[in-house]
Design a binder for this molecule. Sequence first.
Ligand code: URA
Ligand code: SF4
Length: 211
Amino acid sequence: MFVKEPLAALAEKISVCTKCPLHEGRKKSVPGEGPANAEIMFIGEGPGFHENEQGRPFVGAAGKFLDQLLAQAGVTREDVWIGNVVKCRPPGNRDPLPEELAACDTYLEAQIKAINPSIIVTLGRFSMGKFVSGAKISAVHGQMRKVDDRFVIPMFHPAAALHQAALKPAILADFANLPELLKQARAAQGKSVREEEILKQNEKPKQLSLF
Ligand code: URA
Ligand code: SF4
């Protein structure tokens, strides 16, 4: 039997989802896009006007700025997965409500499970809130931390930085530091894989000597 690729199957479900009231204003849902095996997932807030028209994430003004930030970090859009915590546009770009975030979270969870990224970059406080509880974004932006088996890097939302001039230097600096954080994350992960191999090798002779 033909089994649909999990991300495509999720996108199809999202396009007809009615689990929260945000579906009422939906022109196009924005499931997110990028390689199914992306090493890095960027997770924003929710579709804005242009995203709702096109069904693609970060294609408006914030998206243009994100493209610049990515380029500055030496990352191309094609290499990474980009999506949001809610897949349908909140009216007038208002903040997503707790019950909307909760309703939509099953999709993001399934996407994370399918992609299994080693690094998650959260854009804005709603996305950060999913991984880091009780932190203030102004205090922790740009700092990488381990959450379960992944590295999470909270960043300011590009739209916030566009509208609040004071945040712009910080978001620029955080993205400029992204290559260094990626290096650290990869090194840490490479190390843990090696450590596991060494552990296994050390275990074998012991196990064998029991028999
Ligand atoms: N802002 C977001 O958080 N996500 C988008 O996709 C576009 C703008
Ligand atoms: Fe469904 Fe998420 Fe859209 Fe709400 S925002 S209708 S939960 S896909």
